[in-house]
Design a protein around this ligand. Structure first.
Ligand code: C5P
Length: 221
């Protein structure tokens, strides 16, 4: 069974306020992208990797992979206007023989191999997709402007992370047509009636959005 990883790294990361795309902002002693790329490359669960890089940053992404000795990077595509479009463009580079595709956000650098193992192995149970997720610690309110409409039972809620794993054919079908602004891959699979399972995520898999997140992540390296 071959497992391909798509690494979505084509975001602009405007909220970081840096002079470069988020994937190339420094985390520790290398660009942010390097952390998840190296961890995917080292994983025995992953056979090959396709990177979606920001327009104009394809070459630096390939050079970074070479510097890190990442031997599994098969290609690097130019990302699209949204995350979903970037994943769709990368998915086109995944060969038909791939059995499983795992999609990961470069914005979540602290990727533990145990999470990769959990999402890949759970697919053997026959699901259409596997999502690592964590509980919601705070009480959640639905609001209309600044008026509280209701309090939602947080026991029923999860925060979805990546990497998310799918049988490749299921993911390809989910990405047919307009994928627009879907914020994760599983939502596209769910929209087609796919059965998606959550498995335990990892609090260290937090998404880097602003400068404070970068500080927290570097403390976890
Ligand atoms: O913007 P946000 O942090 O939600 O993006 C999540 C992931 O999707 C990031 O790793 C980012 O690089 C990626 N992305 C992408 N192409 C875009 C927008 C975001 O690959 N056009």
């Amino acid at each position: 069974m071959s497992v391909w990883a798509v690494l979505a790294a084509a975001g602009s990361g405007e909220r970081l306020g840096a002079d470069r795309p988020k994937a190339f902002v420094r985390l520790g002693d290398q660009p942010l992208l390097g952390e998840s790329l190296a961890r995917l490359d080292e994983s025995d669960w992953i056979d090959a990797i396709v990177v979606a890089a920001p327009p104009g940053w394809e070459e630096p992404a390939i050079l970074l992979a070479e510097e890190l000795g990442c031997s599994k990077v098969s290609s690097c595509v130019t990302g699209g206007a949204t995350r979903a479009e970037s994943v769709k463009l990368a998915l086109a580079e995944v060969p038909a023989e791939a059995a499983v595709v795992l999609v990961h956000d470069a914005a979540r650098p602290i990727l533990d191999d145990a999470v990769i193992e959990r999402v890949v192995t759970a697919l053997n149970e026959g699901w259409d997709g596997i999502v690592p997720a964590v509980a919601v610690p705070d009480t959640v309110k639905r609001v209309d402007g600044d008026r509280v409409v209701e309090t939602i039972d947080r026991e029923e809620l999860r925060l979805a992370q990546t990497p998310q794993a799918f049988p490749s054919e299921v993911l390809r079908r989910a990405f047919e047509g307009d994928v627009g602004g879907a914020s994760d891959c599983a939502s596209l699979v769910e929209a087609r009636g796919g059965r998606v399972k959550v498995v335990p995520g990892d609090l260290r898999l937090m998404k880097i959005t602003d400068a404070r997140d970068l500080e927290r992540a570097s403390a976890l390296l």
